[in-house]
Design a protein around this ligand. Structure first.
Ligand code: GDP
Length: 218
């Protein structure tokens, strides 16, 4: 099977937390959300087939921003700041979330949200809060369990069960087979949202995640 997407061009279009500086273009955007250390940079680098592309704002001491990556001169992947970072003040955190939530709720170009959770752990309170926001916005979303190479098959079932228990009454994710990655609908529509397992180490999930993204872009 040919790859879903060939990366022909990739550029950092904009790194900012100032909505006035968000790109002013007709391209659609797919946001990637997750707590700090969930494996977001590794996932983005795997998607892009680059070693150190998505590192810009995650280095200690650097200001964290929303990073708009222009892919193939066609759409943006929007890298949110990783939340749950212990050394951040409550005020900084609130400031970000206000900007991110306004973006999720109001950004016309936003075509979907990729929410990352660590496959080894039950979702955190902040993960659940993020899911609540995304569901409230009625945006299409996919749940991606990161670091899947670190868990067994039995633990995958545990991860899905724990996730669904944590978001009960808010959302539900589908059983994990290949079709689940492309056929899911949001919980609002009465169906389960899609979910997949991803590993930056083995490349598992890369093609399915691109497929989901490209279906939102087209
Ligand atoms: P971020 O803070 O969300 O951007 O997380 P990083 O991508 O920097 O990853 C945090 C840590 O988890 C690093 O030590 C990575 O090497 C490791 N990591 C990330 N993704 C994977 C994965 O798929 N498999 C394994 N085994 N380790 C991973």
């Amino acid at each position: 099977m040919p790859p879903v997407l060939k990366i022909r061009s990739l550029a950092v279009a904009c790194t900012t937390l100032d909505p006035a500086r968000f790109p002013n273009s007709p391209w659609k955007e797919i946001a990637v959300s997750g707590r700090s250390n969930v494996g977001k940079s590794s996932l983005l680098n795997t998607l892009f087939e680059r070693k150190n592309f998505a590192r810009i704002s995650n280095e200690p001491g650097k200001t964290r921003t929303m990073n708009f990556y222009a892919v193939n001169d066609r759409f943006y992947l929007v890298d949110f700041p990783g939340y749950g970072f212990a050394r951040l003040s409550a005020e900084t955190r609130k400031g970000w979330l206000r900007i991110i939530d306004a973006y999720i709720e109001g950004r016309p170009a936003l075509a979907g949200v990729v929410q990352l959770v660590d496959s080894r752990h039950a979702p955190s309170k902040e993960d659940v809060e993020r899911i609540e926001r995304i569901v409230a916005s009625a945006r299409p979303f996919i749940v991606v369990f990161t670091k899947a190479d670190k868990i067994s098959n039995a633990e995958r079932f545990r991860a899905v069960r724990e996730f669904n228990e944590s978001v009960e009454g808010i959302a539900r994710i589908a059983a994990l087979d290949k079709r689940a990655a492309v056929d899911g609908k949001t919980a609002r529509e009465g169906a389960a949202a899609p979910a997949l397992f991803f590993s930056a180490t083995t490349g598992e999930g890369r093609e399915d995640l691109w497929r989901w993204i490209m279906e939102r872009i087209e």
